[in-house]
Design a protein around this ligand. Structure first.
Ligand SMILES: O=C(O)CCC(=O)C(=O)O
Length: 400
């Protein structure tokens, strides 16, 4: 007997107007739902930039070790990297740029916003299209079939290539963390992947609105493709927003909440946002990669032990997603922590999380066989200007 495909539904969101339609009206005053009175003062550093990692260097050749250190530095200090030589077919990226899903007049299903739960809630100045792509048996086939066939083909190919890329990076991350690579592979071999296409129309009052509110991602790794040259993405680094300039042939990768949990807090899921501007539209495609649906989410076994107790509790992945969406997109991480930590692990967690409170003397007393990775300096950190003028790492995929 044929099994019925599972219908996954992790949550819902109230329907909101299309910002693209609003933008066409050339309004002088934008509707109050989009005006942020509570906008934080924009402390922005243009001097800093997300580190660049060359993925080819990472996987082969003479620079593997130094590139791995760069990767570890980028994941630990930034949670963001810019990947060059990532191996994703350039013509596929070009095709994606041409297929603007959001311009299909008759195909608005799947458009909207996530996490809209009340009519009073402030809205982001953007439209998005969100779809689950992997594993294929949990796809909303009715939605998939409504995509224009060319776009469906591109999405299919893109989804496959980005999964490959995510797996390569995850295995390198396992190496950098000194985690068992097989454990990483097993957790993510049939991972959940979803794609969100973001469209930010020009905005008549960019200083009063936000394109995408500050958030961290719930997944393990996000791969972001910026389709045009318009700047908008900003990453929070040491309390300052750092803009990420779109560079041709670069994919932005960031650590999400699941990786923070799997790494037992060694890597952090970093807050980011998107701003808008008055005369240029902006387009981006974010691909989210998470662990297998039937797996249990928690700190990796190979990273925890008596000297390194888990700081997060364990939860089945499907429950994690349902709870995440029920919490309206707010980070689930704190909730996971609160529930697990007793006094001892809480102390340990503090010593590993916060630079200010970490006591190396206390660590030294433990006579550890290996010191925590965050204390291992690489040449890059010691010799380059990256500490003063940090850069989002660039990873070369061809060398990994
Ligand atoms: O458009 C961007 O640069 C940010 C998108 C984003 O953060 C997301 O889709 O989660």
């Amino acid at each position: 007997m044929e099994s019925t495909p599972e219908k996954m539904n992790f949550g819902k969101s109230l329907l909101v107007p299309s910002v693209q339609e609003l933008a066409k009206q050339h309004l002088t005053n934008i509707p109050s739902r989009y005006v942020r009175s509570e906008q934080e003062s924009p402390v922005i550093s243009a001097a800093a930039s997300v580190p660049i990692i060359d993925l080819q260097k990472l996987i082969s050749g003479d620079f593997m070790d130094s590139e791995l250190q760069k990767l570890h530095f980028a994941c630990q200090q930034w949670g963001f990297l810019q990947v060059i030589n990532h191996g994703v077919t350039p013509s596929l990226l070009e095709d994606f740029k041409r297929e603007k899903l959001w311009q299909q007049e008759d195909n608005h299903e799947g458009f909207g916003q996530l996490f809209v739960v009340s009519e009073e809630q402030k809205l982001d100045w953007s439209d998005m299209f969100y779809i689950t792509t992997l594993p294929s048996h949990i796809r909303q086939m009715d939605l998939f079939q409504k995509l224009p066939s060319k776009l469906r083909e591109i999405m299919e190919a893109y989804s496959k290539e980005i999964k490959n890329l995510a797996m390569i990076i995850l295995c390198q991350v396992a190496k950098a963390l000194r985690m068992d690579e097989n454990e990483m592979r097993e957790l993510f071999s049939d991972g959940v992947q979803s794609i969100r296409m973001n469209y930010y129309p020009p905005c008549p009052a960019p200083e009063k609105t936000i394109g995408f509110s500050p958030h961290s991602d719930a997944d393990a790794l996000t791969v972001l493709f910026q389709l045009n040259e318009t700047e908008g993405l900003q990453v929070r680094k040491d309390g300052i927003w750092v803009p990420v300039k779109p560079l041709p042939s670069v994919l932005i990768v960031n650590i999400g909440d699941i990786m923070e949990i799997v790494s037992n807090g060694v890597y952090r899921s970093i807050e980011h946002r998107a701003i808008v501007n008055s005369n240029k539209e902006r387009l981006s495609v974010a691909t989210f990669y998470s662990s297998n649906l039937d797996s249990e989410l928690g700190p990796a076994h190979s990273l925890t032990g008596p000297n390194n107790p888990p700081i997060f509790r364990k939860v089945p992945v499907d429950k994690y997603f349902k709870d995440f969406f029920a919490r309206n997109g707010k980070s689930y991480i704190d909730f996971m922590k609160e529930e697990t930590m007793d006094d001892e692990s809480s102390k340990l967690e503090k010593s590993r999380y916060y630079f200010e409170s970490s006591s190396v003397r206390e660590l030294a007393k433990q006579k550890l066989a290996t010191i925590p990775l965050r204390y291992i300096c690489d040449d890059l950190e010691k010799t380059s200007s990256s500490i003063l003028l940090p850069r989002v790492p660039v990873i070369d995929n061809r060398r990994s």
